[in-house]
Design a protein around this ligand. Structure first.
Ligand code: MSP
Length: 638
């Protein structure tokens, strides 16, 4: 047998806007699986990308005053930056505007056409532009789009059709014979019912816009976005090209991870296209639930879109990954709130895990001169702790095979919890007072270090930034063989004698300001987006003033915040500004800046901020706006 392979994909995201925390969920799940499988010795191919064609994107680009390509280039750069910050270890990023992709889509079209499964006819249907989806009259809900509720347009045009109906029976049979194909089972039942309702042929070309891949035999048509998009899963592997080595190695995909709203495209349209082309079907499609926020689904118009980049800035990538994976119930919807995030962070990460490491290292320093001691005879308590450590890896493995991320983490936390309880039960500080109990003390401290090692190995696919920091503190950074999944099989991997080194807390506790203030700050502000027009009266409601910075200092335990004292001419104010990564406190004292003086005060990290300082923002760069000439503090800006 050759090497075990594992091909995992995320949906390719629309570059119509920046990504939000819901998108980060799917990609984090995929990354965790990819990292886990790599640790298990698989040859992994992890694909993500962007879905760049279609009418909606063309329209968005026009609104932004840009050519479509320039528009998507700009947004795709923000996707890649987000994945970098979130430690996403993809092997390839496919863009549907790349030549390598377009060629394969056209080739696939050609093959299916030559087989006789594509024909030309007259299309009449209801089109929802925001959803990029056509509906039959029957599917509409009160005459509107059944998915988003917005108005639809009647479209009539000459189009190419794919004979999807021809494959309905075969597909149904396939799904019934392969219970693992669609997961979780509830979605499988939904799809079975959908297919039993009958499949129509699928319209796969458009002539009403041109931002798409031309139909190879009739270039006034462009290929329907879903035909184009789904093909990414094989175009990235070079299907139909001179070099099919990746395709031969990795196809069929082990799993396509998708949100529940696009399960149908992946379990009906995609398989029937593949059947027609004589290509094997992906082994699994997993449809996870939605991540909801207060007010339901995130949307620009509701103003409740949560920006993952800001959350990463504030809490770090590992904590965000942990929250997403821990909080989503299997197959169902989950909820995001910053309060819940802080709660999880403080209880699971700071208290349970971080403190366990911290206390253990401190005790080894204090009682053993910083050297991990040699264990000796074991008693019942030790055996119990080891028992938990023995069963947890298998539970995590099973949970991950089933995409039950939350269950996997809660299982790891049983080990962490057991180790914390073990400290209370064994009371090392009491043992340390009695010299004849030294061997017992050594055993206890060794077992604690070893529990942390095992829990940390288990955490590595979920929070890849954590293990190196733990290895460093335990003094085992050079012992690569005990960082592996295989090393979980044996208790006692740590060689006694390693020297621990206390470091910064893994997850410093967060003393939360008021939750609503935090939320307001992490809601996405889209730099590329044009806002609606306002009147001069509306503008005049803003009180903009020149303020002189009198004092500035860092807000403790944050990377981004400075606390400023400013002189507004007639009064002094305190303002918290997110500029610490761009200005040192001493650079700001004496500077005159522009501030919004009538902004409702907000509490940030326990400090009441009485205004907001204005700055120009370009990508990661931030530059304060300062008056060009000499003006007095308090001068009005208009
Ligand atoms: N471009 C298509 C996918 C083509 S795949 C061949 C698309 N793009 S999308 O950007 O709109 O959405 C991508 C994924 O993000 C979908 O799986 C969708 O379910 C997921 N999510 C979008 N918002 C989400 C949440 N609030 N929560 C969880 N997932 C969410 O669809």
């Amino acid at each position: 047998m050759g090497q075990k392979v594992f091909y995992v994909t995320t949906p390719i995201y629309y570059p119509s806007d920046r990504l939000h925390i819901g998108h980060a969920l799917t990609t984090t799940m995929a990354d965790t699986l990819a990292r886990y499988k790599r640790m298990r010795g698989y040859d992994v191919f992890f694909l993500t990308g962007s879905d760049e064609h279609g009418q909606k994107i063309q329209r968005k680009a026009r609104e932004a005053g840009l050519e479509p390509q320039a528009y998507v280039d700009r947004i795709v750069a923000t996707f890649k930056e987000l994945w970098r910050r979130l430690d996403i270890s993809y092997d390839d990023f496919i863009r549907t505007t790349e030549e390598r992709h377009k060629k394969v889509v056209q080739e696939l079209f050609r093959r299916i056409y030559e087989k006789g499964d594509i024909y030309k006819s007259q299309y009449e249907g209801w089109y929802c532009t925001p959803c990029e989806t056509f509906f039959t009259e029957r599917q509409l809900k009160d005459g509107n789009c059944p998915d988003c509720g917005r108005p639809v347009e009647l479209v009539k045009e000459e189009s190419y059709f794919f004979r999807m109906s021809k494959y309905a029976d075969r597909l149904l049979k396939y799904i019934e014979e392969h219970p693992e194909f669609i997961q979780p089972p509830s979605r499988r039942n939904e799809m079975i019912n959908f297919i039993k309702g009958g499949l129509e042929d699928l319209c796969i070309s458009r002539t009403t816009f041109d931002w798409g891949i031309p139909v190879p035999i009739d270039p006034k048509h462009v290929i329907y976005v879903w035909f184009d998009a789904l093909t990414n899963y094989i175009s990235a592997l070079g299907y139909g090209t001179d070099d099919e080595s990746l395709f031969k190695k990795f196809w069929p995909a082990a799993v396509h991870l998708v949100g529940k709203d696009i399960v149908r495209f992946h379990t009906v349209i995609w398989p029937t296209i593949l059947m027609s082309a004589g290509i094997e079907l992906p082994k699994k499609v997993f449809g996870h639930g939605w991540l909801l926020v207060e007010g339901g689904k995130m949307s620009k118009s509701k103003g409740n879109v949560v920006d993952p980049m800001l959350l990463i800035d504030r809490y770090g990538s590992d904590a965000i990954r942990y929250f997403l994976l821990r909080e989503m119930p299997y197959g169902a919807d989950g909820y995001y709130s910053e309060e819940a995030l802080i709660q999880r962070y403080n209880s699971d990460l700071a208290n349970d895990y971080g403190n366990l490491l911290n206390r253990t290292v401190a005790m080894i320093e204090k009682f053993c001169d910083g050297v991990i001691p040699e264990p000796s005879e074991e008693n019942e308590l030790d055996r119990e702790l080891k028992g938990v450590a023995e069963r947890v890896p298998e539970e995590v493995e099973q949970a991950l095979e089933n995409f039950e991320f939350a269950r996997a983490l809660s299982s790891i936390w049983q080990l962490i919890g057991r180790a914390n309880k073990y400290i209370e039960e064994t009371a090392p500080w009491a043992l340390a007072r009695e010299p004849e109990k030294r061997p017992r003390l050594n055993t206890v401290l060794y077992n604690l270090a070893e529990s942390i090692r095992q829990a940390t190995v288990l955490c590595s696919p979920f929070m890849p930034g954590v293990p190196p920091r733990v290895w460093e503190q335990l003094g085992i950074q050079d012992d690569a063989h005990i960082h592996t999944w295989d090393s979980l099989k044996t208790w006692g991997g740590i060689p006694p004698g390693r020297r621990v080194k206390r470091g910064a807390p893994l997850f410093p506790r967060i003393e939360a300001g008021k939750e609503e203030d935090n939320v307001a700050e992490t809601v996405q502000v889209d730099a590329g987006q044009r806002k609606e027009e306002i009147t001069i009266e509306e503008f005049s409601r803003l009180e903009l003033k020149v303020a002189e910075v009198i004092a500035a200092e860092r807000v403790p335990q944050t990377d981004k915040l400075l606390k400023l004292e400013v002189n507004l001419g007639t009064e002094r104010r305190t303002v918290v500004a997110g500029v610490a990564q761009h200005y040192r406190p001493e650079d700001l004292v004496g500077k005159k800046v522009v501030m919004v003086a009538n902004l409702k005060p907000a509490k940030l990290r326990g400090i009441v901020s009485q205004g907001m300082v204005l700055a120009a923002v370009e990508g990661d760069k931030l530059t304060l706006i300062v008056p060009e000439g000499d003006v007095s503090p308090g001068a009005q800006v208009r």
